[in-house]
Design a protein around this ligand. Structure first.
Ligand code: IPE
Ligand code: IPE
Ligand code: MG
Length: 267
């Protein structure tokens, strides 16, 4: 662990899965009198930076929200521009990503995505499938509600008996099957909402937001998010360590959870 990964002398608890809602590209460009697409292009430089930071700090999973199912509501030129920026990013970066041990996974549906872009995304997933240093989830044409609808349809189509439906089964049918839930969700540009991102998976994620627009997010600020995460106390509905030792009689084991809820993460 590098010295910058220490927080006041204590080792920093790092998230194992960071998910980022990369917001504010349009406002960043507009406030400088530029077109929104310039903001989206500038945003791809920050994508490079956070991937590198995750590799440096050995964070094993990074999820990036690149295009939501609701972003189709934007003007055609912007949607088309976003598709081209995504395709160019893959063309430019894929060799280095592969070499750096990055495994790309796609979250969302490729059904409505034009073939030339869908093919690139599929090929990026395929060509990096043997990598394991960093899983990079690219959420493109992704929306949590659509993901849940796909999962429910698959479960019903398989004729799954009702008593076999639990949290673990649902998690296994999501696009994130087999990937641990995000520990930390970062959103830039000041909004305090998830905008249909990883609704199921974010159940116990820590949320961190900054007013800074995505194209201005630097490594220091990203590290600040990690430091703040390291200071959070996560209880997952139970008592904290200190409270548990003060209230030993109140400790209830997992066996007391109703069995219907099962476990998440496909485990
Ligand atoms: C985020 O930036 C990128 C996408 C949603 C594709 P925005 O384009 O939402 O930027 P703002 O929120 O309009 O500033
Ligand atoms: C969320 O940002 C989607 C992505 C970052 C890809 P939006 O800009 O689309 O979200 P809203 O519309 O402000 O909720
Ligand atoms: Mg936005």
């Amino acid at each position: 662990m590098s010295p910058e990964n220490r927080l006041q002398g204590r080792p920093l608890v790092l998230p194992q899965h960071v998910a980022i809602i990369m917001d504010g590209n349009g406002r960043w460009a507009t406030q400088q009198g530029w077109s929104r697409l310039i903001g989206h292009r500038a945003g791809t430089e920050r994508v490079r930076d956070v991937i590198q930071a995750c590799l440096d700090w050995e964070i094993p999973v990074l999820s990036l929200y690149a295009f939501s199912t609701e972003n189709w509501l934007r003007p055609h030129e912007e949607v088309q521009g976003l598709f081209e920026i995504m395709a160019n990013f893959i063309d430019r970066e894929i060799a280095e990503l592969k070499q750096n041990g990055v495994r790309i996974r796609h979250l969302g549906s490729l059904e409505d995505v034009p073939g030339w872009l869908a093919d690139r995304l599929r090929s990026a997933v395929c060509t990096t499938q043997d990598n394991s240093r960093l899983v990079l989830n690219v959420a493109f044409n992704y929306g949590s509600r659509a993901e849940l609808v796909r999962a429910v349809r698959a479960i019903v189509e398989a004729g799954t008996p009702v008593d076999q439906i639990d949290e673990a089964l649902i998690a296994r049918h999501l696009d994130t099957a087999g990937i641990p839930d995000p520990d930390l969700i970062i959103r830039t540009a000041g909004e305090m909402r998830l905008s249909n991102f990883l609704l199921w998976q974010a159940a116990y994620a820590e949320y961190w937001s900054t007013d800074v627009f995505w194209p201005d997010l630097n490594r220091d600020l990203f590290q600040q998010a990690l430091r703040d995460f390291g200071r959070r106390q996560r209880r997952f509905g139970a008592l904290s360590g200190a409270e548990r030792s003060r209230n030993p009689a109140s400790v209830i084991g997992p066996e007391n959870r109703p069995s219907i809820v099962g476990r998440t993460n496909g485990s």
